[in-house]
Design a protein around this ligand. Structure first.
Ligand SMILES: C[S@@+](CC[C@H](N)C(=O)[O-])C[C@H]1O[C@@H](n2cnc3c(N)ncnc32)[C@H](O)[C@@H]1O
Length: 212
């Protein structure tokens, strides 16, 4: 009994070290840890819709990116909605995206994201334009071109409906489809309620959506 308990603790510790400590060390950034509440910034209009900060896991992120059509990395702008400390932005650059935007509500997190990007850039040659837009994702103006959105559970279903309303409206008249990589897709029903949004792949319980 205690041996199997010990085994599961060791397994958990090893996967934590690999997914978080090693990722930060390898990329030269500081993005691990959890932050439960908005520390700074305009959170008042979100209240209970706000979800806390927790960084993505590279193997899940990369598995979702691998399902995108060839060419999307160079033709599409990658946007992390709820970019936190910027881990998803750096992973997107590592994956090969050329234009990368982070949208983050919490000022303390977006400052860390900018710092992480500059630390990452000081250690490698980065062939990508990366920027962080600080504010509520519900107020963000999407670029007039195809995008790949990364959503790692930034907000609940009600806010997601509002967000997808804005997003799908912004896609009208844009030729190539856009994609959404949705990690921990707790509000997937709300996304799929829009008629131009379809499920393309399911990757370890995460969703890849196409938006026409
Ligand atoms: C689970 S974390 C994901 C972090 C990051 N995408 C990653 O994978 O490393 C969710 C993030 O969404 C942010 N967030 C929540 N509501 C938001 C909103 N309305 N606009 C922008 N960011 C928001 C939180 O501050 C938090 O950093």
């Amino acid at each position: 009994m205690w041996i199997s308990r010990l085994r599961s603790i060791v397994r958990w510790r090893v996967s934590y070290l690999r997914d978080h400590w090693w990722t930060d060390f390898r990329l030269g950034i500081e993005s691990s840890g959890i932050q439960r509440r908005v520390a700074h910034g305009e959170a008042s209009n979100l209240g209970e819709h706000y979800q806390f900060y927790e960084p993505t896991v590279p193997r899940l992120f990369n598995a979702m990116v691998a399902t995108l059509p060839a060419g999307a990395l160079s033709s599409h702008t990658f946007i992390d909605i709820g970019a936190g400390r910027g881990r998803g932005l750096v992973l997107a650059v590592e994956a090969g995206f050329r234009e990368v935007i982070g949208v983050e509500l919490d000022r303390s997190l977006s400052e860390v994201a900018r710092h992480n990007i500059s630390r990452y850039g000081s250690r490698r040659t980065v062939d990508a334009v990366i920027r962080v837009w600080e504010g509520d994702a519900l107020d963000f103006s999407f670029p007039r071109g195809p995008v790949v959105l990364f959503l790692y559970n930034p907000f609940d279903g009600q806010a997601m409906t509002h967000f997808f309303q804005n997003f799908t409206e912004s896609r009208v008249g844009i030729g190539p489809p856009s994609y959404v990589l949705y990690q921990n897709p707790v509000a997937i029903e709300q996304c799929l309620a829009f008629k131009k949004v379809h499920l393309l792949h399911e990757v370890d319980g995460n969703a890849v959506l196409v938006v026409e």
